[in-house]
Design a protein around this ligand. Structure first.
Ligand SMILES: [Zn+2]
Length: 328
């Protein structure tokens, strides 16, 4: 081999090695902390699946797997709705999709930017999917709240959320109700906030009759009312019921074949909170007093009551004060 050819070959091997190293580190999944929970898809219709997180709040024992995600396998690729609450859970969701189809994941719709629904985005971005969310997510991402939440999760969900976890912004912002077709199916996206959050979206897979409702429905647990507009939320629940989906998947809990019945807990809880806290605001009682004198017995045995009820009541108290002041 001439010196020139040897050099060219060495350069080629070197370049290939470098490309291999860098190419691979870009495409391969990072070494995520192993999960002790299983992400198992349940088939709802011929083309629609969902995975169901454990009930209750996020914890180290559930590895942060307390929320749902869904995916739709069309002839031209996969559409995903929400991606679970940590990068390894997102990677596991993607693996479970890969076990069902080799078709590419085209699009990921995020119902709202609560960490338990979008921290799994990393694997999907690396796989080339396009991320859609409501335009108000841009406003949220411009505050310091996402970074504060990430710090909190790095503590509470370590090692599944760590220094390599990043907040991934959408590629495309939705401004109003919209729809698209992919692989023979119609996907209708509804803007339903302000409700659970300002930016709530739902997705109806029209031909399959499946509605992904995000956190508008909490099945079998106390809802999280953190930054919710409960008045808007109740109105959105009414709209959801009129869609009359064959199957509905909420952000938490089992899928439902009777939207009106299974939304009753979320609806009753919101109505109860608003009545109890609204009365206290009217009587100018303090929050402490209002909380103490409210009878919570109807809800106190439900999952997430301990973790969520007091903060829900407090936020509703503040909301009712604001509504009273603004004459809403
Ligand atoms: Zn949420």
């Amino acid at each position: 081999m001439s010196a020139f050819r040897w050099l060219a070959a060495a350069q080629f091997v070197g370049a290939a090695l470098i490309a291999g190293l860098f190419g691979q580190s870009h495409a391969a999944q990072p070494d995520y902390a192993p999960l002790t929970v299983k992400v198992t898809p349940q088939q709802l219709t011929p083309r629609v699946y969902f995975v169901q997180g454990e009930s209750g709040m996020v914890s180290t024992s559930n590895n942060g797997y307390n929320s749902n995600a869904g995916f739709v396998v069309t002839d031209d690729g996969v559409v995903v709705f929400d991606v679970l609450g940590t990068p390894p859970l997102g990677a596991e969701l993607l693996r479970s999709i890969r076990a069902i189809t080799s078709k590419p994941v085209r699009r990921v719709i995020i119902s709202h930017y609560h960490s338990d629904h979008f921290y799994g985005l990393q694997a999907f971005k690396d796989a080339g999917a396009e991320v859609w969310a409501h335009r108000l997510v841009r406003d949220y991402l411009a505050t310091d709240a996402p970074q504060r939440r990430l710090e909190e999760r790095r503590n509470s969900l370590e090692p599944w959320v760590d220094e390599t976890t990043r907040v991934i912004a959408p590629d495309f912002y939705i401004d109003g109700d919209t729809s698209f077709r992919l692989g023979g199916l119609t996907f209708r996206i509804f803007v339903v906030g302000p409700a659970h959050t300002p930016e709530d979206l739902m997705m109806l897979v029209q031909e399959e009759g499946v509605l992904f409702a995000g956190d508008l429905m909490f099945a079998g647990r106390i809802p999280f009312v953190g930054d919710a507009d409960s008045k808007g939320w109740l109105a959105s629940i009414e709209r959801l019921i009129t869609l009359d989906p064959r199957i509905m998947v909420g952000g938490h809990g089992p899928a439902s074949t009777d939207a009106a019945r299974d939304l009753a807990l979320t609806r009753d809880y919101l109505v109860y909170l608003r009545r109890a806290m609204g009365r206290a605001v009217e009587e100018m009682a303090s929050f402490e007093e209002a909380y103490r004198r409210t009878d919570w017995s109807r809800f106190k045995d439900l999952p997430a009551f301990e973790g969520a009820n007091r903060i829900n009541a407090y936020n509703t108290f503040i909301l009712m004060e604001k509504e009273t002041l603004s004459g809403k």
